[in-house]
Ligand binder design. Structure first.
Ligand SMILES: O=C(O)CCC(=O)C(=O)O
Ligand SMILES: [Fe+2]
Length: 265
């Protein structure tokens, strides 16, 4: 499979966010999904509204990865790790490629609250979607006087800050796609997925909405979408029904410990 060049896939108006449709093939999606569905129950961690698995090891509260081998279905077939490395998604990260993956499972109706992934990771995350689309929203904090922040880094660490409920960017994540969030989108913005069984993409062309002049239909990546049927459904204003979705959120942890020897790489 030809490796995509990340810079061709930048979301207009957002210098540090990239969207690549069909990052993995249908056969790879089917294989990966089967491996996930067949994985043993004890690998899952159950949260209140979704469950997840950690691949590549656990990260300590101090931000050290207690490294474990990745499953072969992310570094042999399909070799997602090398594909991400080769496309340049992690070109400035300590290892040039992800060494840790959080797999999330969402049933229709499940989502994730707006949050930041925090300083334990190098500020880039590549999120691959399997099985279903979803709509990924990025948000900004309000300042203490209630206004939104204009400049990246103008608000310190987000704890306790209130969040502006109007997204700064919404991205439709098709199944088999990857979205890459880096730079200020990682360090200064939040991201989340609303709890919904179907998604209604706003059909008002953004030229008529003041929020973001670069987005069409309320999403910033309409022009980058790969699935013509989905584009037509959006143009017709049809709701997009969610199925069970698996997300592979790939990250690079700078500090790694193997076999109980702590060292920095
Ligand atoms: O599932 C997703 O697409 C996002 C998950 C996420 O934000 C996270 O695991 O930190
Ligand atoms: Fe996250």
């Amino acid at each position: 499979m030809e490796v995509p060049d990340i810079y061709k896939h930048r979301i207009k108006g957002h210098t540090s966010t990239f969207y690549v449709p069909n990052f993995i093939t249908e056969a790879e999606e089917e294989y990966l999904t089967r491996k996930i569905v067949e994985s043993s129950q004890h690998k899952w961690k159950n949260l209140a509204n979704r469950r997840l698995q950690l691949w590549g090891g656990e990260v300590t509260p101090n931000g050290i990865l207690l490294s474990q081998p990745m499953p072969s279905f992310v570094d042999k077939y399909p070799d997602i790790i090398s594909r991400l490395r080769d496309m340049g998604a992690f070109q400035n990260s300590p290892h040039g490629a992800p060494n840790h993956i959080i797999l999330n499972e969402y049933l229709p109706g499940q989502g994730i609250m707006p949050h930041q992934d925090g300083p334990r990771y190098h500020p880039v995350v590549a999120t691959i979607s399997l099985g279903s689309h979803c709509v990924f929203h990025y948000y900004q904090y309000k300042t203490e006087d209630g206004h939104v922040t204009k400049e990246p880094s103008s608000v310190p660490d987000g704890e306790g800050k209130s969040i502006d409920s109007t997204p700064v960017l919404s991205v439709l994540l098709e199944r088999r796609s990857v979205v890459i969030s880096s730079g200020y989108m990682y360090t200064d913005r939040l991201h989340g997925i609303q709890e919904a069984e179907e998604d209604f993409i706003n059909c008002v062309p953004a030229a008529e909405t003041p929020m973001d002049s670069c987005s069409r239909f309320g999403i910033g990546n309409f022009d980058l979408l790969g699935d013509e049927d989905m584009k037509q459904a959006i143009e017709k204003g049809e709701p997009l029904k969610r199925e069970t979705r698996y997300s592979l959120t790939c990250r690079d942890v700078g500090r790694v410990s193997k076999a109980n020897h702590l060292f920095c790489t």
